[in-house]
Write a protein that binds this ligand. Structure first.
Ligand SMILES: Nc1ncnc2c1ncn2[C@@H]1O[C@H](COP(=O)(O)OP(=O)(O)OP(=O)(O)O)[C@@H](O)[C@H]1O
Length: 265
């Protein structure tokens, strides 16, 4: 449906790279090291889940990787391009051109229809939105008969599918999702995860999901585990059982581990 990776395919087969990323919040007495030297490389077309205890730095990792926040130290590359430092304008441009984001609470605009919400990022970027393409993406996500509806007329799962469509039409090099199923019932959650997995398999979309749910993580090709701001482990081809088991023992002896570099598989 979407020619997702063609735009960046010549740049690099690597969709995301973090080099020794540190993020320190606050100053002096209230100083919190949220990320403590995270390095990773994800290939284009991969589906990665990020897990870890509350406060381990998952959201901070996503925010820094997606250009929603800037690391204190270290470097971030999306599809080979370094995250623009400096002005908020440069960061906004970087995000619009290279990343998509899905949030737990959908973040749709209530006064806009499904189709208008989906094309909004393109309009904000000054592009003439291709409504036919947006409608095709929405149809693929099972919303072909809902284009003129308002978000309030949709279920939570349907609203999250609109948010996925909105992210996909911009053809991001990486689609980041922070707890995308956290507000959904288990059936809607499975549908949303299945659609993300299909975007990976069918279109070569790169997806990174933060989740607390081992079942959600099992849709990914690999799970990265964070503890105290460091990647301490990685499981490939995860099952929900293996992820749950690893989460149970996370932190037992991870402080002893050297920083783990998660390479593209
Ligand atoms: N803006 C901020 N100012 C100060 N400290 C912050 C800020 N954002 C996050 N932190 C701290 O950084 C650490 C990592 O937070 P983060 O939200 O990334 O963790 P998380 O793994 O996503 O947690 P959760 O699963 O509870 O959402 C925590 O100790 C948190 O309190």
């Amino acid at each position: 449906m979407i020619d997702n990776h063609s735009r960046f395919a010549n740049d690099s087969a690597e969709a995301l790279r973090l080099e020794n990323v540190r993020k320190v919040h606050g100053a002096d007495g209230s100083r919190v090291v949220a990320l403590d030297g995270v390095s990773l490389a994800l290939r284009a077309g991969s589906f990665t889940a990020v897990m870890g205890p509350s406060g381990s730095g998952k959201s901070t990792l996503l925010q820094c990787a997606a250009g929603l926040d800037q690391p204190t130290d270290g470097r971030v590359f999306v599809a080979g391009a370094p995250l623009a430092g400096g002005s908020e304008t440069a960061l906004t441009k970087f995000r619009r051109e290279r990343v998509g984001f899905i949030f737990q609470q959908f973040n749709l605009l209530p006064m806009l229809t499904v189709l208008q919400n989906t094309t909004l990022p393109l309009r904000l970027a000054g592009q003439k939105p291709d409504e036919g393409k947006a409608a095709a993406v929405l149809a693929r996500l099972g919303l072909g008969d809902r284009l003129g509806r308002l978000p309030s007329e949709l279920s939570g799962g349907q609203q999250q599918r609109v948010a996925i469509a909105r992210a996909l039409v911009a053809e991001p090099a990486v689609l980041f999702a922070d707890e995308p199923t956290g507000a959904l019932d288990s059936r809607s959650a499975r549908e949303v995860l299945g659609l993300l997995a299909e975007a990976v398999r069918r279109d070569g979309q790169t997806v990174v999901v933060v989740t607390h749910d081992p079942v959600a993580a099992s849709y990914a090709d690999a799970v990265l585990f964070l503890a105290d701001g460091r990647i301490v482990d990685r499981i490939a081809a995860p099952t929900a059982e293996a992820v749950a088991e690893r989460m149970t023992h996370l932190g037992d002896d991870d402080a002893e581990h050297p920083a783990f570099t998660a390479a593209a598989s």
